[in-house]
Design a protein around this ligand. Structure first.
Ligand code: AMP
Ligand code: MG
Length: 267
């Protein structure tokens, strides 16, 4: 469906993926923005049927480096979608209670129910990314998690969850610009976390962790897409398209109306 999908069993090298790529859009940026508006309208219509039909469940996983655009993606792609059927789940550093449990314990209750779209803003993938980079658990433990995650997602898929996973791919220069923009703009200061600068120093370690996670957990039923994300407009366009294509492929229908509706008179 997309050139950006990670083929199951494939080996990802992020250096070979151009974060500036925009080869799925031949026109001007302005035209792309009009296209995005049209796609959003489609998305909104599809989501209405999804909600009414109360059958399909959609899970969207967003992962990225700091400033990678997770929040902006949620804002721009889902603008115009009825909030009633959409839920965002943000995964921060685990609480003490969460740390007392297995790493999927806090994840499972938040997966979508019937008729719902749920967006994971960070996810169980942090447990093989930040956890690996900072050695928060021993390697022996996190190594097992690729298979565990694949098994968990495979169970969800077999139970009827449609899973889409997006890695928003920016490069280190782009992150520098975005961090500087946060520093320069008072209304963005709240987003500036000095700790992000320490994480930035670990960029190569993060890339290695992402490469392994993307390679080992992209499956037919829960594929990863590596989205070129230096250009926000292109990122939004590609993700919205993949969502629209995926929802269209589900061939959803409004539920059948009650019998003899045509004979009813409201007086
Ligand atoms: P933000 O998304 O900027 O609000 O930051 C959330 C922070 O929570 C990031 O630094 C993540 O790396 C961290 N985080 C999320 N999940 C985990 C996890 N399972 N273990 C440790 N840190 C996590
Ligand atoms: Mg942050």
């Amino acid at each position: 469906m997309s050139r950006y999908i990670v083929k199951p069993g494939g080996k990802v090298r992020l250096k070979d993926q151009d974060p500036e790529d925009k080869s799925d859009w031949k026109g001007e940026r302005e035209e792309a923005e009009l296209e995005l508006i049209k796609l959003r309208q489609k998305l909104s219509g599809l989501q209405e049927i999804l909600y009414a039909q109360h059958k399909e469940r959609i899970l969207i996983v967003l992962q990225a480096m700091d400033t990678g655009g997770k929040d902006g993606t949620i804002r721009h792609v889902f603008e115009g979608v009825n909030p009633q059927g959409v839920r965002i789940a943000n995964f921060k550093a685990p609480s003490a209670v969460e740390l007392d449990h297995d790493y999927l314990w806090r994840i499972h209750p938040l997966v979508p129910g019937k008729g719902e779209i749920v967006i994971f803003n960070r996810s169980h993938y942090e447990d093989v990314i930040v956890v690996r980079v900072h050695e928060l658990v021993p390697e022996k433990k996190w190594r097992k998690r690729y298979d565990q995650i694949a098994a968990f997602e495979s169970m969800l898929a077999e139970e009827g969850v449609t899973i889409l996973k997006f890695y928003l791919h920016i490069d280190k220069d782009e992150q520098k610009e975005r961090l500087e923009a946060r520093l320069a703009e008072p209304s963005k200061h709240w987003k500036f976390n000095p700790r992000d600068l320490d994480e930035r120093k670990l960029w190569p370690d993060y890339m290695e962790a992402y490469e392994e996670a993307l390679s080992k957990t992209s499956t037919r039923e829960a594929p990863w897409y590596i989205i070129p994300a230096n250009r926000k407009w292109y990122r939004n366009l590609v993700i919205t398209r993949i969502l629209v294509d995926t929802l269209e492929s589900l061939d959803m229908k409004y539920p059948a109306p009650p019998a003899d509706l045509d004979k009813i008179v409201v007086d």
